[in-house]
Design a protein around this ligand. Sequence first.
Ligand code: ATP
Length: 480
Amino acid sequence: MGKQSNTQKISWTKGKCLGKGSFGTVSLAINELDGSFFAVKCVDLATCLPNQLESLENEIRILRSFSSPFVVEYLGDDVTSYEFLTTSYRNLHMEYFQGGTVVDFGAFKRRLADVDERILRWQTRCLVSALKYVHGQGIVHCDVKGKNALVGSDLATVKLADFGSAVDIKMESAGNRCMSLITPRGSPLWMAPEVIRGEYQGPESDVWSLGCTVIEMVTGKPAWEDQGFNSLSRIANSDELPELPTQLSELGKDFVKKCLRRDRNQRWSCDQLLQHPFLASASPPNTTKGSSPRCVLDFANSDFEEDENTENVDDSARERICKLATVRGVVWESDGWMAVRSLSFLRVSSVNCEEGINTEYLESMRTGLEFPDCFDGSNSVEWQCGNSEDVRGLKSSSVRLRCDFSALRSHGYRSENVELAVDKGEFRFYRYCNLLLQLFLSNLRIFRYILYLIFVLITTLLQLFLSNLINPKLSQSTQA
Ligand SMILES: Nc1ncnc2c1ncn2[C@@H]1O[C@H](COP(=O)(O)OP(=O)(O)OP(=O)(O)O)[C@@H](O)[C@H]1O
C-alpha cells in the first residue's frame, strides 16, 4: 500500500478493535478504494483529554518524518465526523501488523516449547536497529516495551510502534535536559532509574527499557514485579537489577546486562549492541509466508463498520465490502477514554476490546504517569497515604490520581476507594454530560424520546413558574 499524503482524503471503513492504549484505540481498517488493510489509531475529539490528542499529534508528526524498515509505517492521517458532525475523531493510519506484539508471540512460543532463542535474537536485533534509526533522527522513543513491538504475519518482521511519548531531543538543548528535572514519560516498570528519579531521559534510557523488554519477551512478564511504589523505589534508588531468566543463554544474559547498567554512561549504545555476539549472528527465522490477508476477500472474520468518510468510493470495492460487512450499528468508543481511566485499577491487557478486559498488566504501569508529585528532592515518597480521608480529599486529575493510587496500593487499600476518588474528581460533571450526549447520539431512540420528554417537561414547568413570577395577579385571575 502506498503512502497517503496527509492531505489526500481516502474512503475507509473501520473494523474490529486491535488494541486499546492509554492514548488511543487502535482498530483494523480497510481502504475502500483498493481493499488494502491498515491500522488506525483514533482519538475522540469530544471526549479526549488534552494529553491524548497531544500524544497522537506528536506521533503523527514523528512517524510522518520517518522511513525505516524497523519502524511502523505512517500511511496518513485525517479527521472523520459522524452523527451530523457532532462526533469527530482524529485518526492516524499505520501499516497493520497481523502477528500481534512480541509479547503475544513469546506467549505463543512458550505454550509450544521453551523460548526459541533464534527468534528472540532476530526480534531483538530488529528492535535495536529500530532504536538506532530513531536515535539517529534525534528522537528518544521513551516507551520501549513488548507491547510496542509489533510482529508481522511472517514473524520475521518486527517493528517499533507507539511514538506518542517520544521526544525530539534536537529541539531541547542537552544542558537543559540534564540540569532541570524532567517529566518522566513511558511505562514505569520499563523506565530507567534516571528517568524515575526525574533526572534525565535520553537514548541511553531507551536502551535500559530494551533490556527490560528482552526479559519480558522471554518470560511474558515485566522485568520488575509490580509492587507499586516499592518497585519504583527499587528501580530508582537501589543497586538491584531485575532477575535474569534462567531460560536465557549466557550470551543472552550478557546482552541484557549490557543494557541494564545502572550508570547510563556505562550502558552500551545501539551501535555497540548490534556488534554483540547475541545479535551479530542473528538471522531471520524461516517462516512460511502467505497466510496474511492482503485484501478483504482473503479476510475470514471481517467485522467492518461504515465510516462516514465515503468520497471517491470505488463501486466494485464497495460491493465486495458490503457483502462481508456486518450491518450492526456503529459502536463508537462510548466505553472509551473515560471508561478506561475509571477502570484504571483493573489489570488491563488490550488484546480484544470487544471481548472485554483480561488481566495482565496494571494500568498504573502505563504511559502517562508523572512522578514529580510523588517524590521529593531525595526521591523518597513525598507523602504517605495514612487513611482513606486522603482519598476523599483528592480533587484528582488523571495524573495525580495515578500517583496516589500507587501509594495506596502499597498501603493495601481496596481499589473501590480509589474509584470513588475518580468520581469525586473534576471529571465527574464532564463525564455525566458526555454520557448524556453519547446516549442522545446513540442508536437507542428511546433515550432521545426520554430526553426530549424531560426537556419539554422542564421548559413547561419553567414557563409556568416564570409567568407566575412576572404576573401573579393575572395568573390568579386566569385560575379564577
Ligand atoms: N499497526 C498496528 N497493527 C496492529 N495492532 C496494533 C498496531 N498499532 C497498535 N496495535 C495494537 O494496539 C495496542 C495499543 O496501541 P498503542 O500502544 O500504539 O496505543 P497507546 O495508546 O499509545 O498505548 P500505550 O498505553 O502503551 O501508550 C498495541 O499494543 C497493539 O496490540
